[in-house]
Design a protein. Structure first.
Length: 234
């Protein structure tokens, strides 16, 4: 994976369009990329560990990471993916409690480690960034609610809902960068069930599967499968 150098003066095309950094103004984003220290980690490295103490945040600038939760008899469960531009560690930053989940690198990642005090100062100096931070918190609350609601839906609906959340724009294509194994963890189903759901969605002309990614061909059509869950969230 190519390692990009953070340019504080632009929104990078590899950043998620709904990420914290992607939603900031140019000035706010440039200031954010000047705080904290740059760190690189290899694939499978645990960036944050569930149960640990610490209020610092991590801004993913390159690569992606999986959010993992312990407690299941079947071992850690993946519940979400985070992409370049996303901020992680926000709950412990806010309440000084232990980390509620682990964050594990999926492939090589580059982050900025932002101390809590530095982020406090950043928000004071850039009050317009508060809205982007609030939207991040709202998005994650809705996502948690949606996971609870969609647990009772069929696998195809759950797969469609998760893919809708994971989709980012890459070179004029809507792409969800995930494997069927990762998708199975995220939707709480077997790989066979997820494979069948993807075949059904592909047969309907909604997506095309590739090695390590899924291209969304019909975003509106895919959304119809997720709407029954999304409409239940207020």
């Amino acid at each position: 994976m190519a390692c990009h150098t953070e340019d504080p003066n632009k929104t990078h095309p590899w950043w998620s369009r709904t990420s914290f950094a992607g939603r900031l103004s140019d000035a706010d984003r440039a200031a954010l990329l000047r705080i904290g220290g740059r760190q690189e980690f290899p694939s499978a490295h645990t960036l944050l560990r569930q149960g640990d103490r610490g209020r610092h945040l991590l801004l993913l600038t390159t690569g992606q990471a999986r959010i993992m939760v312990e407690g299941s008899r079947r071992g850690p469960r993946g519940i979400a993916l985070r992409f370049a531009g996303d901020l992680v560690g926000e709950l412990s930053y806010l309440d000084d409690g232990p980390r509620s989940a682990s964050v594990v690198a999926v492939g090589p990642v580059v982050v900025r480690r932002i101390p809590a005090e530095a982020f406090d100062d950043y928000l004071r100096r850039h009050p317009t960034a508060h809205r982007s931070f609030a939207r991040l918190l709202a998005d994650r609350l809705r996502a948690a609610d949606k996971r609870t609601v969609t647990a009772s839906y069929d696998t195809t609906t759950r797969v469609a809902a998760v893919l809708a959340d994971l989709t980012v724009l890459v070179d004029d294509e809507l792409v969800a960068t995930t494997t069927q194994r990762e998708l199975a963890q995220l939707v709480g189903a077997s790989q066979i069930s997820v494979h069948r759901a993807l075949r059904r969605l592909a047969h309907l002309g909604l997506l095309v599967t590739r090695h390590g990614s899924i291209v969304i061909v019909d975003e509106v059509g895919l959304g119809r499968f997720a709407d029954s869950a999304a409409d239940s969230i207020t």
